[in-house]
Design a protein around this ligand. Structure first.
Ligand SMILES: [Zn+2]
Length: 75
């Protein structure tokens, strides 16, 4: 089981946490505390995907707070 961190706006994969070590050290729990539950999805293989916002999109959002709302909230 792997954990991927993806940008919810541009779908860029920001990071990848290899499975076991992460789990053994309780990182999933930590991640769940760090990220809102609704942003964590688990596929049929058991892989976790955490949707977050990458630096680029965060900047765009800061400059254009409404830019992504229309485009991405309703998919
Ligand atoms: Zn992005």
């Amino acid at each position: 089981m792997a954990i991927r961190v993806k940008c919810r706006h541009c779908k860029t994969e920001m990071g990848h946490i290899p499975d076991r070590t992460a789990l053994q050290h309780g990182q999933v729990k930590q991640l769940k505390e760090e990220f809102a539950e609704e942003f964590i999805t688990q596929d049929e293989k058991g892989s976790l995907t955490i949707t977050s916002t990458c630096e680029h999109c965060e900047k765009t959002l800061q400059n254009n707070p409404n830019y992504y709302e229309m485009k991405n909230w309703i998919q």
